[in-house]
Design a protein around this ligand. Structure first.
Ligand SMILES: Oc1ccccc1CN[C@@H]1C=C[C@@H](O)[C@H](O)[C@H]1O
Length: 328
């Protein structure tokens, strides 16, 4: 029987985000279908470095152990992000903002400790996540990193990561990556980093898409534009929501047949595009394993169930799975 990882074995890795529950609960489907995993939350700052002098590698070590035992590659997510990073990291003992020099020292220590621990065992890192603003006319997203260090916080993060593990591919990762306005800002960022000799190797397109947008044209234009920077591409957090981002409906307890058919068509269209650009794309990761669990059941509408993946709430293939395996 074909599986995702076997069907695309000559094209790109097929990955899934896992968490402490799903890596065990959904182990059969995970090992059968996927050959890459990403920690959904367990390698983020607040979980892996919860206190100034304490790191917690228990979950990330376990994820690596499971990955190795099953011939699965591990993606690292994420080192520098405005979200899920504890406030103490930016403050001195009196609760005041630390200096640029101190924050750079702390950033370097964090990256050296985390990336260094898994040197040679993590094939790609999302070094910086979501540093570009969605707001028209604003380039960088405001954050404590930007405020205290300045615009070069990104360059430093990549340099520290490369020094800690020269074998890892280093990615900039972002969402709304196919929106033309944000695409051009990300393109400018990466182009500039390459021109300055910063060790950036890839662009992570999060691909939090839905039944209605973005258009295939915007996605393909983004794939081509980022590739022009001379970096490889990863699809890093793919899910296809049944709802537009601004649709706050909460009446459904299961997807309609029309939704499932529309989702199957969207997934087939997306994977046809990925195959067309297989020379640029080296990994495609879903931001979950199956509809049994998705972060979208709490975002943007808390408690509103969503069904964004190829496998249903019982880990069974949906129409979208059959359509993705019926392209070649
Ligand atoms: O789609 C978005 C819309 C607004 C803010 C962030 C995002 C996506 N942000 C992602 C989603 C879930 C987290 O687990 C990931 O670490 C993060 O990269």
């Amino acid at each position: 029987m074909d599986t995702l990882k076997s069907y695309f074995k000559d094209d790109f890795l097929i990955g899934a985000a896992v968490n402490k529950a799903s890596i065990d609960l959904d182990r059969t489907l995970l090992t059968e279908q996927f050959n890459s995993i990403t920690a959904e939350n367990e390698m983020k700052f607040e979980n892996i470095h919860p206190e100034k002098d304490r790191y917690d590698f228990s979950n990330s070590d376990y994820f690596l152990e499971v990955a190795k035992a099953n011939g699965i590659a591990l993606r690292g997510h994420t080192l520098v992000w405005h979200n899920q990073t504890p406030a103490w990291f930016f403050e001195d003992e009196n609760g005041h903002a630390v200096s640029r020099e101190i924050l750079l020292e702390r950033m370097q220590a964090h990256i050296e400790t985390v990336v260094g621990r898994y040197k040679g065992q993590i094939y790609a890192w999302d070094v910086v996540n979501e540093a570009i603003s969605d707001e028209e006319g604003v380039f960088f997203r405001p954050s404590k990193w930007l405020e205290i260090i300045g615009e070069d916080f990104i360059d430093h993060a990549f340099r520290f990561a490369h020094a800690a593990d020269p074998t890892a591919k280093l990615f900039y990762n972002d969402y709304n990556e196919s929106n033309p306005g944000k695409r051009e800002k990300i393109y400018t960022l990466i182009k500039g980093m390459k021109a300055r000799g910063i060790p950036i190797h890839g662009m992570g397109l999060q691909a939090h898409w839905n039944l209605y947008d973005p258009s295939l044209l915007d996605i393909e234009t983004a794939i081509e534009r980022y590739s022009e920077c001379g970096v490889e591409l990863h699809i890093t957090e793919m899910d296809v929501s049944m709802f537009r981002f601004d649709d706050k409906r909460t009446d459904l307890i299961e997807p309609t047949k029309d939704m499932l058919e529309a989702q199957a068509q969207r997934y087939q269209d997306f994977f046809k595009l990925f195959l067309k650009h297989r020379a640029k794309i080296t990994s495609v990761t879903f931001w979950g394993i199956s509809d049994r669990y998705t972060w979208l059941s709490d975002f943007p509408v808390k408690g509103r169930k969503n069904w964004p993946f190829l496998f249903d709430t019982n880990n069974q293939p949906k129409p979208a799975y059959d359509r993705v395996l019926d392209i070649k």
